[in-house]
Design a protein around this ligand. Structure first.
Ligand code: ADP
Length: 582
């Protein structure tokens, strides 16, 4: 049964009960007052008649009977005279003959009361006239008839009932009007209330499905309006809280640090994306015990420590699930309001450590690279100071010059790398003809190319003849690659410079016929100071390289948004490829 039907039926039942009770009460009280009035009228009549008779009463019983008839005509009621011993000696409804047959009335209650000197009233069924009657008896004295004791008036209640029927009819009409009004009002009220309840129910359903766009907005000020208001306010508050949580989750999700929050029972409340990645968590960790999820004893110990109320300083550790990575873990107890627990923050410092290592290696390498020529220079200078023959002196000075040049090159390359690292070299972007670019590089190295009887072949595809970039930087990069190719090529060899277009990329490959690069070193030759043949470099037999050339090439190419790679030719020789955005 719908709320509206139930509300309608309930209010209708209440209204019907109220109207019915009011009608019954009203008609009962009207009936009472009508009977009372009739009764009082009858008593007054009886008293008047009694008073009249006591002053000039009839002299004989016959006259008395006639008096009864006369009185009855006046008052429209039956009039009976009864002696002090209960005999009926006059009656308006009976003939004198019939009077003899009537039974003694001494035991009638109203008669007994009148004989006792009071006004007697009774209502009962009269066997004589066969109807309900109202009897009123009063004491009466007549100087001529000493046994006369009681004057009784009787009124058939049929007339009264006729009067009461009118009252009933009016009450019934009132009842019907009342019921119709109750019906209309109940219908109206239940419709209005049901509509408001329906609005609230629909709003609640919308809220439950996640649509917070339209609040209930009930305009009333009763309890239903309070429910609607509380609903709207709760949802507004929940919305704000959800937004807060979403914001926190977005912040934590975007953090590079891993964050883990456990409650006081050690159950995980939050594990952000970084922490999942670092700890290799695949399952949903929320509400699981941290010992089930965190499989690293050191981290688990730190969480346990924080749960016992102690904060831990950052501890550096390696996670077995992420070999080669270094993390710093910090944990602290959390107490916010009634919430207790612990928070652990994981910081991946692998790249920091790697950078640190690179820096240390770099410093060691630079020191080493500078010390070697410096030691040599000092040795030769000391020898020269000791005095040598002119031929030796000429040779020593030539060696000193070679080492000084090497140091100069080293310092120049280091400075260039430092400038590139610091982003101090700005990039120009202009279309450059590849052919002109390669020709310029070749011209730079023409002396040594000719000296070693090398042949340089340029092969440029038609759709790969123009590249956009910084001509000076592209020149430096390509010159470095061609210089390496020249240095490692055998006498009389051929070097090929091949340019091709591959989609939106342009590749320039420098291919020589030298010894190539061992497979294991291919990815490392672009590192600073990395040399395949270290012994040769140490002995100074290196063809003038610093080990920084390819590192500079990589920097310059990457500055253009491209990349450089090393490979080996099918038979022999190295293939260095520069890939640039066309
Ligand atoms: P360097 O200045 O010593 O040449 P690079 O950075 O240019 O330093 O090169 C690094 C190392 O890569 C070289 O020491 C060399 O061992 C190797 N390499 C570079 N180019 C070639 C090549 N064309 N053929 C063989 N090895 C090469």
């Amino acid at each position: 049964m719908s709320f509206r039907t139930r509300l309608f039926l309930t209010s209708l039942a209440a209204a019907v009960a109220a109207v019915l009770a009011a009608t019954l009460l009203l008609s009962w009280s009207v009936r009472r007052s009508v009977i009372d009035r009739v009764e009082r009228g009858l008593v007054t009549q009886a008293r008047l008649a009694s008073e009249l008779l006591s002053r000039q009463g009839p002299a004989s019983p016959e006259q008395l009977d006639a008096e009864a008839d006369a009185l009855s005509r006046l008052g429209a009621s039956r009039v009976t005279f009864i002696t002090t011993d209960g005999r009926v000696i006059g009656d308006s409804d009976l003939t004198p003959g019939e009077l003899q047959t009537i039974d003694n009335h001494a035991n009638r209650p109203e008669v007994q009361q009148a004989l006792a000197g009071e006004v007697g009233v009774a209502r009962r069924y009269s066997a004589t006239v066969r109807t309900d009657m109202l009897y009123v008896a009063v004491p009466v004295r007549s100087p001529q008839l000493p046994d006369l004791g009681v004057l009784r008036l009787a009124l058939p209640l049929v007339e009264l009932q006729d009067q009461l029927a009118v009252v009933w009819n009016v009450a019934l009409a009132g009842l019907l009007v009342g019921l119709a009004t109750a019906l209309a009002l109940s219908w109206l009220i239940s419709a209005v209330l049901a509509r408001r309840m329906r609005t609230i129910a629909e709003t609640a359903q919308r809220y439950a499905s996640g649509d917070f766009s339209r609040p209930a907005n009930d305009p009333g000020d009763d309890e239903i309006a309070v429910v609607a208001r509380v609903l709207d306010e709760s949802v507004r508050e929940l919305g704000l809280r959800a937004a807060d949580r979403a914001l926190i989750e977005a912040i934590l999700g975007g953090m590079v640090e891993g964050v883990l929050v456990v409650n006081e029972y050690g159950r995980l409340q939050l594990v952000n994306a970084a922490a999942r990645r670092m700890l290799k968590v695949v399952e949903t960790p929320e509400d699981r015990h941290y010992l089930e999820i965190v499989r690293h004893p050191d981290i688990a110990a730190q969480i346990g420590y924080a749960l016992n109320g102690h904060a831990t300083e950052g501890r550096e550790l390696q996670l077995p699930l992420a070999p080669g990575s270094t993390f710093v873990a910090r944990s602290a107890p959390v107490a916010s309001g009634a919430t207790r627990g612990a928070v652990l923050v994981l910081h991946d410092i692998t790249s920091l450590r790697r950078a640190d290592q690179i820096r240390r290696d770099f410093v060691a390498n630079v020191s080493h690279e500078l010390r070697t020529p410096l030691t040599a220079v000092r040795g030769y200078v000391e020898a020269l100071a000791d005095g040598v023959d002119p031929e030796q002196s000429r040779r020593f000075l030539a060696t000193i010059t070679r080492h000084t040049l090497r140091m100069e090159r080293l310092v120049r390359d280091l400075l260039r790398l430092a400038r590139l690292d610091a982003g101090q070299e700005l990039l120009e972007r202009i279309p450059c003809r590849v052919d002109a670019l390669l020709a310029g590089v070749e011209t730079d190295l023409v002396e040594i190319i000719e000296e070693r009887h090398l042949t340089v072949v340029r092969d440029i595809a038609r759709d790969a003849d123009v590249v956009t970039g910084d001509p000076a930087k592209l020149h430096d990069a390509l010159r470095n690659l061609l210089e390496n190719a020249v240095n490692y090529s055998p006498e009389g060899g051929t070097i090929r410079l091949i340019t091709r277009r591959d989609g939106d990329r342009l590749t320039i490959a420098v291919i020589d016929q030298g010894p190539g690069i061992p497979q294991s070193d291919l990815s490392r030759v672009f590192e600073r100071f990395y040399r395949v043949d270290k012994a040769r470099a140490r002995e100074g037999r290196d063809p003038g390289g610093t080990g920084l050339g390819l590192a500079i090439v990589r920097h310059l190419v990457e500055l253009h948004g491209g990349r450089v790679s090393a490979a080996n030719g099918r038979e022999r020789g190295a293939v260095m490829t520069v890939e640039l955005p066309a």
